[in-house]
Design a protein around this ligand. Sequence first.
Ligand SMILES: Cc1ncc(COP(=O)(O)O)c(C=O)c1O
Length: 533
Amino acid sequence: MGEGSINKGYYRLYLPINTIELKPKLFTKLYKHELKATQEKQEMENGSRNVLKPMDSEQLREYGHRMVDFVADYYKTIESFPVRSQVQPGYLHNLLPDSAPDHPDTLEQVLEDVKTKILPGVTHWQSPSFFAFYPSNSSVAGFLGDILSTGLGIVGFSWITSPAATELEIIVLDWLAKLLNLPEQFLSEGNGGGVIQGSASESVHVAMTAARDKVLRRVGKNALGKLVVYSSDQTHSSLQKACQIAGIHPENCRVLKADSSTNYTLRPELLQEAVSRDLEAGLIPFFLGANVGTTSSGAVDPLASLGKIANRNEMWFHVDAAYAGSACICPEYRQYIDGVETADSFNMNAHKWLLTNFDCSLLWVKDQSTLTEAFSTNPEYLQNKASQANLVVDYKDWQIALSRRFRSLKLWMVLRLYGAETLKNYIRNHIKLATVFEQLVSQDPNFEVITPRIFSLVCFRMVPVDNDEKKCNDRNRELLEAVNSSGKLFIIHTALSGKIFLRFSIGAPLTEEKHIKEAWKVIQEEASYLLRK
Ligand SMILES: Cc1ncc(COP(=O)(O)O)c(C=O)c1O
């Protein structure tokens, strides 16, 4: 800053580039401004300013409490929001600035923006009236586990990078394998074991890559073009994506038709015929994907019969129980994974229906070496005594990415803070609510339940008038839009055998019978409006 002197009532300010004369008030203002700038410059130079303390424990305590209050208030008022966000594409662009702030905003300002700008664009998956897709459960226990995981901030790719992360993951996956009564080969004591992936898509991708490398070791690495994958047409699109990534030729993906005669499950005879045809053609059947709870209708493939065919033909057998796997911790639903003993890999998403906040997809394999042979790398900088001596699991070799979060904490918290019996009853309650909804639909002559229900998904539609299926499809689409635009609930549609129908999927943690009844009332009201039109 320049220096000043007084000259005939004016203050003269000598600045580095010129000299200016100012009235006293303006001089004082400018002087203060200059003084502040000089102080800041000095602080910057001596390093005392702008040294961010991003994990200051007192700030964490204060802000953390406020954020927990904010989230708790969100849950308290969650029913006041339209379940499906009602904003138009691009809405946020008009509400937020074009560039990041140069200087900090306050937490109040940010939370205010969350309330007024972000929440309108949120679809409320945890709302008790969310009946779309399959659920994605949050819980206090899962939330706490997530906070702890984020708080510890570790990256557990190798055992050495945080032994507890690896060891807890092995333990909780064994716990859950026991709850599911999975065959012992899936437990960590032998050659098997479980790993937490981010999603069912990653799980099937990992399984398929392991299977591909295994079969190529047997038949020769140039045989990639001959490898064939089998699944029903009800299998989730993640299997197709896995084929794309694993380099399986699209013409070698057998998507076998499942229809109403088997409630949309894969017929073993159809699989056997396809496998035989491919073998005769000199191709190599190598991967079968089966479902326990298909995405469209919750159908369960006959695992035991399918698995026998896979085993006979030395194919890898993967079971996708992303949603319904959680139900199989209840003894009365365990039957739906009978035959899992014939599988090589089994997957269920604890983040869907087992109160473990997203993401927590559990994958078990019978032979962990199939994963490590496909995924391990061993650069110098990751080498350490424990890994080199083969004393430990390094989960980096069981997945695509290197880095990984301490996700087992969430699942451990859920299992400990709720206990298995509470979790079983939680699942049972949703299935009971599904029977309530199913009865309501069945009692209304304008509607029909379209496939038999096993778990907590009810598939239904408005019935056709004069057997006009085309009009019926259009009407059900209209109904869907009307219901979702009401904001009072959220459901989605799908199609089976050309019929459009609506899926009512129960599994949000806060859903009670009253929400089912309210939702049904809205559906009926919108339907009668459409019928009157
Ligand atoms: C049966 C089934 N498999 C796989 C997936 C894909 O799950 P993710 O989003 O975890 O990849 C879903 C999704 O709902 C599903 O229903």
